[in-house]
Design a protein around this ligand. Structure first.
Ligand code: 0WD
Length: 257
């Protein structure tokens, strides 16, 4: 019996095998979870994700653009149709046009700001609202943030402001989802990982090298370490924990240097 035997989860945000959502999925599969997935509705996105998931033969792999309410509604209807309930949800989605991320925050365009906030922050609110009715006995939700939401990280710009909004959304959602529905929601603040989306951040490799040198453990985080923290936050092991931001960054964020 694994920690997640008989548990059903939806994972949103696997782009390829480097995705943080994939590290979590591998950890969840290893503990016996049943997983459904969404991917960006592009032919290349679908191909990549389906190839990756083939060995696990998930029952549901659905296209979903989180900017589109009808897409979101369709996903949760499909989950209801196949499983009738959800025990947990992984939200691992963010986007801003690379040109907007590279720009000083002062120069963010109105359209770029709205787009980044819509995909990276509002999407969490929208999917929580749809997931909640599928979690009548309670449930657990996790999203992924970055230290640039707490402190100024040069080069992270508009995405830093999105992460600040995401982290505070987690707190408000923890209240709204917790009082009656007993659904928990937490965020992981991940150290820098080489993924498709981090490729849009200028000087990312320098940020990674710096993070390793400054961290208490003198190294960067491994994807599997995000996976196991995901296991903790999505399982009964963290039943008393909600609205939290857990740093999985080898201690980078506690050092003042
Ligand atoms: O260093 C890093 N990579 C860190 C990432 C450090 C700390 C936090 N994070 C966060 C990201 O900001 C994001 O919230 O972790 C989350 C996952 O990011 P990731 O695993 O680094 O990136 P990636 O593998 O690219 O997955 C993000 C996915 C998208 O991938 P692509 O590259 O195809 O855009 O977010 C999804 C998409 O699958 N996504 C969307 N999904 C639905 N609708 C949308 C959308 N409109 N836009 C992006």
């Amino acid at each position: 019996m694994g920690l997640f035997s008989n548990k059903i989860g939806l994972v949103m945000g696997v782009a390829n095998d480097h995705s943080i959502a994939w590290a979590m999925s591998e950890a969840l599969y290893a503990e016996g979870a049943e997983l459904a997935f969404t991917h960006l509705p592009t032919p290349s996105g679908e191909r990549r994700v389906k190839r990756l998931l083939e060995p696990h033969a998930p029952k549901l792999v659905l296209p979903c653009d989180v900017q589109n309410d009808a897409d979101i509604a369709r996903v949760f209807e499909a989950v209801r149709g196949v499983y009738e309930r959800l025990d947990f949800l992984v939200h691992s989605i963010a986007f801003a046009p690379p040109a907007e991320i590279r720009r000083p925050y002062l120069d963010t365009s109105r359209a770029g700001w709205h787009l980044a906030m819509d995909i990276s922050v509002y999407s969490l609110v929208a999917v929580c609202r749809e997931a909640a009715p599928l979690m009548p006995e309670g449930g657990a939700i996790v999203t992924i943030s970055y230290f640039g939401g707490e402190k100024v990280m040069p080069g992270y710009n508009v995405m830093g402001v999105c992460k600040a909004a995401l982290e505070h959304s987690v707190r408000y959602l923890a209240w709204d989802l917790g009082r009656e529905r007993k659904i928990r929601i937490n965020a992981i603040s991940a150290g820098p990982m080489r993924t498709l989306s981090s490729a849009g951040i200028s000087d990312f490799d320098q940020m990674r090298d710096h993070a390793a040198r400054k961290s208490c453990l003198n190294r960067n985080v491994a994807p599997a370490e995000l996976g196991t923290t995901g296991l903790y936050l999505l399982s009964h092991l963290s039943n008393g924990v909600t609205g939290e931001l857990i740093h999985v960054d080898c201690g980078y964020s506690i050092v003042g240097l």
